[in-house]
Design a protein around this ligand. Structure first.
Ligand SMILES: Nc1ncnc2c1ncn2[C@@H]1O[C@H](COP(=O)(O)OP(=O)(O)OP(=O)(O)O)[C@@H](O)[C@H]1O
Length: 360
């Protein structure tokens, strides 16, 4: 699927602004972003429930949406898996799965064959005669996947399918979805506001904010090399800290000062000293400084025990408004109010003025 320059305007609101992306055949793409960023609008436009204001959507080489031209949803070869699976309780599992084929007037023999095949793909062979009510939550989700697969979609859209599930069922369904994707090789666009889900499942993640794609890259790249401050902060509560750059980039790193501490930072090719530079540091880039090691002083603000480790919030003396956080394994040496000396061990220099950061 290819999306080019997609914009959606509702009155004065631009729900989507100039969104372009390509999903490769068989790829699992997660679209991740905070509430109101435009995820649902994007999904509804791909599915054909919403007209486009500008731009176009192409599925398997065919333009399905452009201003003034919309292929109807039922002719887009798209399967959608919602949060609420909405299986029909009065129909058997097989009837639920085969419903769309019946509507499409596919002959009974062919229908049966495709239902069997779909049941087998989701590991429910032999359960076609059961009623949905007799299945576990996980099995019902698999029926919903089979129902979507049986129509042989070019693309499956997942719309926050795990929202509101408890943490254990969520983890097991993540495994189900990963296995489903591996077995079928289906192209997937998975909408979520949950970054752990996106990280666990996706080949690539599109991070959205205010209707735009902020970064489209592999989960590791999104985490280690955020394209801008929004992605840095949104993913795993990255710390964004001002730095003074001392050297230009060489072999992917540059020298800088952070809170008075000299440090080697990872950075993009061609970076040169500039004013207003900021770095993204992760909790694992911070630790207590050893004696005589360069670092910075400050005060422990909070110790939140998490079982085996604690998350520690720290205010540097030189910049008390900056919240530095790190993780300390047991036994806990710190309590709120203690003075401490910390150091950074690394970080990623956030590229200058990058609105978006597309990479393969
Ligand atoms: N039918 C509509 N009419 C007017 N504004 C809309 C309409 N649909 C969406 N919007 C606006 O477009 C923006 C994007 O909404 P959208 O529902 O796509 O966000 P989202 O990322 O899916 O949010 P959430 O995670 O909360 O569902 C929001 O500002 C929303 O208020």
């Amino acid at each position: 699927m290819t999306i080019r320059g997609l914009t959606k305007t509702f009155g004065a609101v631009d729900a989507l602004k100039d969104v372009s992306l390509e999903v490769k055949p068989g790829e699992f793409l997660a679209v991740l972003g905070p509430s109101g960023c435009g995820k649902t609008t994007l999904l509804r436009m791909i599915a054909g429930f919403e007209t486009v204001s500008f731009g176009e959507i192409e599925i398997e080489g065919e333009v399905v949406s452009r201003p003034g031209y919309e292929v109807p949803p039922n002719r887009r070869r798209i399967g959608i898996v919602f949060q609420n699976y909405a299986l029909w309780p009065h129909m058997s599992v097989a009837e639920n799965i085969g419903y769309s084929l019946k509507v499409a007037k596919i002959a009974a023999g062919e229908r049966k064959r495709r239902i069997e095949e779909a049941l087998s793909v989701v590991s429910l062979s032999g359960m076609g005669d059961r009623s949905p009510g007799s299945l576990s939550g996980g099995q019902r989700q698999r029926v919903a996947l089979a129902r979507c697969l049986v129509a042989e979609p070019a693309l499956v859209l997942f719309d926050e399918p795990l929202a509101n599930l408890d943490v254990h069922l969520r983890a097991s369904m993540e495994d189900e979805f990963a296995a489903f994707h591996k077995r079928t090789g289906t192209t997937v666009v998975y909408i979520t506001h949950d970054q752990t889900e996106a990280m666990a499942l996706a080949d690539r993640i599109a991070v959205m904010d205010h209707g735009r794609i902020m970064q489209l890259a592999a989960p590791q790249t999104i985490y280690h090399e955020p394209a801008n401050e929004m992605v840095a902060r949104f993913i795993s509560h990255g710390m964004v800290i001002p730095v003074t750059m001392r050297t230009s980039e060489r072999n992917g790193t540059c020298e800088a000062d952070i809170l008075g501490q000299p440090i080697t930072l990872r950075c993009r090719t061609g970076e040169a000293p500039r004013s207003g530079a900021v770095v993204c540091c992760r909790a694992e880039d911070v630790r207590p400084a050893k004696d005589n090691e360069p670092g910075f002083d400050g005060t422990i603000k909070r110790v939140v025990y998490q079982g085996g480790v604690a998350r520690i919030d720290f205010a540097p003396a030189a910049a008390p408004d900056l919240n530095i956080h790190f993780v300390q394994p047991d036994p806990q040496p710190f309590a709120a109010g203690d003075s401490a000396r910390l150091c950074f061990t690394g970080g990623w220099l956030i590229p200058e003025n990058t609105q978006t950061g597309h990479s393969a």
